[in-house]
Design a protein around this ligand. Structure first.
Ligand code: ADP
Ligand code: 5GP
Length: 194
């Protein structure tokens, strides 16, 4: 069976993981596509749950084998990629696929999957607020936070390329908006162009 895909993208710290946790808790037939990455696991992250953690050499081998639908060097020497095997695994179980990918990856996946996918951009209220959230989250060191914040302004410029933009200012409002968009999309029959 070919299911549908839900693509959630945003600058780092805008609230993707928070939205995704909420969606998965609501019990929709969505399963998270576990990406591969070369960044180091954060405290509490487990291999095969948040990511498949690989060395750069292992990641490059997978690129050469054609194992990825898309991949990006999101930060210097930090590669992230969507594995074809994840999509097959999730569809085989009769679930729809949920992606947490960077902004370029989100645009690429939407181009590949077209009407089978909805792409949602999570917009922070401001870049300043984004920085505050990253500092409060406390999972990245200050130089990495600076890199992430400086990339955000560029990423925000690409928001119009997404099907929907949700501003994550008030958390409950944003979570409901994302849930309503996803539920509406999953309940809808897809009208494929002939
Ligand atoms: P991302 O996955 O996009 O990097 P997270 O979901 O980890 O972002 O959110 C970054 C931080 O901001 C987390 O600590 C999260 O709890 C917090 N956060 C998310 N949404 C809001 C919001 N609407 N208001 C305040 N803090 C928020
Ligand atoms: P983090 O290191 O905070 O987990 O993720 C950094 C960025 O990489 C986030 O924007 C996240 O969405 C993105 N990302 C995670 N997995 C993938 C992937 O498979 N492909 C792409 N293009 N980006 C990804």
């Amino acid at each position: 069976m070919n299911g549908k895909m839900v693509i959630i993208s945003a600058p780092s710290g805008a609230g993707k993981s928070t939205m995704i946790r909420h969606l998965l808790e609501k019990g929709v037939k969505l399963e998270f596509s576990v990406s591969a990455t070369t960044r180091k696991p954060r405290v509490n992250e487990k291999n095969g749950v948040e990511y498949y953690f690989l060395s750069v050499a292992e990641f490059k081998k997978k690129i050469a084998k054609g194992d990825f639908v898309e991949w990006e060097e999101v930060y210097k020497n930090q590669y992230y990629g969507t594995l074809k095997s994840e999509i097959d695994r999730i569809w085989a179980k009769g679930n729809h696929v949920l992606f947490d990918v960077d902004v370029k990856g989100g645009i690429n996946l939407k181009k590949i999957f077209g009407h089978n996918a909805i792409s949602i951009f999570i917009m922070p209220p401001s870049v300043r607020e984004l920085e505050k959230r990253l500092l409060r989250r406390g999972t990245d060191d200050p130089s990495l936070i600076r890199t992430r914040v400086s990339k955000a302004a560029q990423e925000i410029k690409l928001a119009d390329e997404f099907d929907n933009i949700v501003i994550n200012d008030n958390l409950e409002v944003a979570e409901k908006e994302v849930y309503d968009l996803v539920k509406g999309f999953l309940d809808k029959k897809i009208n494929r162009p002939v």
